[in-house]
Design a protein around this ligand. Structure first.
Ligand SMILES: [Zn+2]
Length: 278
């Protein structure tokens, strides 16, 4: 099994093995109300599915280890979910990094291999887009790359400019392409498959999605879709994301399979970032 195929979502898949999440999903309208709470043996590793509001849209997300995971690997702050429009919010049209400059630090335990991946990904941004990732000296607002785990191939990131310190987490076996993907979230990009117009281009294979994970394939209406839908985007889910049976969960609209890209930016990705950061 190619590790990259399950990459970012492997952790969620494993975490949900044995979980049973059913009908309550649609019966709850209260903001942030907990609708299921599954406890594992380790009380520190409690996960639950939550309903909340993001930029005026009702969303479903996972509460895990005190963090709010949206669409698998996007971590929302409590402030974002509280609907505080006066604060910084993530999104394609909001919370841009001032001047397109993103200052960053790398945790001391990251290890040289992942540090090199960050260097490669930074070079991709700095040479191909208007966004510049710059090592932090004393800036207040910045991204800290932290080391997630020594066994995984996953990552997660806060979305958009938050103000203060925000985080990108990288596991040991994450690919450079997935580092670029996580940095894309920090820049303010959501997932390509969540665009409002996605059903013109892809067919979600709902019957192949793991029980309780369908909400990860919901359209996100509150963002701004820039450019044309790009199935080769580095921000696209891959074909087998959250598959319960090895069959694709996303196909092209004509029901043919597509090959996902985590090699780096497509022209569409670059154009999108540059539209956000002219
Ligand atoms: Zn992602």
């Amino acid at each position: 099994m190619n590790k990259k195929i399950y990459g970012l979502f492997k952790a969620n898949k494993a975490a949900f093995a044995g979980f049973i999440i059913f009908a309550a999903l649609t019966s709850c309208s209260k903001s942030n109300e907990e609708i299921t709470a599954e406890t594992q043996a380790n009380a520190l590793n409690i996960e639950s599915i939550q309903k909340g509001q993001l930029n005026g849209q009702a969303i479903t997300y996972i509460k895990k280890d005190g963090k709010n995971f949206f669409q698998g690997d996007i971590v929302l702050t409590d402030q974002q979910l509280a609907g505080d429009n006066s604060a910084n919010k993530g999104g394609a049209t909001l919370s841009r990094w001032p001047g397109g400059k993103i200052y960053y630090t790398v945790a001391s335990n990251m290890g040289s291999i992942n540090a090199n991946k960050i260097t490669s990904a930074v070079s991709e941004y700095n040479t191909k887009t208007n966004v510049q990732w710059i090592p932090r000296t004393n800036q207040t607002n910045y991204v800290q790359f932290i080391f997630g785990s020594s066994s995984g191939a996953d990552g997660w990131a806060n979305i958009g400019y938050q103000g203060g310190k925000q985080t990108i987490s990288l596991d040991q076996y994450i690919s450079v392409g997935s580092v670029i993907h996580e940095m894309g979230h920090a820049v303010g990009l959501y997932h390509e498959h969540a665009r409002k117009d996605r059903d013109q281009y892809v067919s979600i294979q709902w019957n192949n999605i793991q029980d309780g994970q369908a909400y990860n394939f919901n359209i996100y209406n509150s963002g701004t879709d820039i450019g044309v839908f790009n199935i080769n985007s580095v921000m696209m889910y891959w074909p087998n994301s959250y598959s319960k049976n090895g069959q694709p969960t996303i196909k092209r609209a004509d029901n043919t399979n597509f090959t996902y890209n985590r090699n780096g930016f497509t022209t569409g990705d670059i154009n999108t970032i540059n539209a956000m950061y002219p």
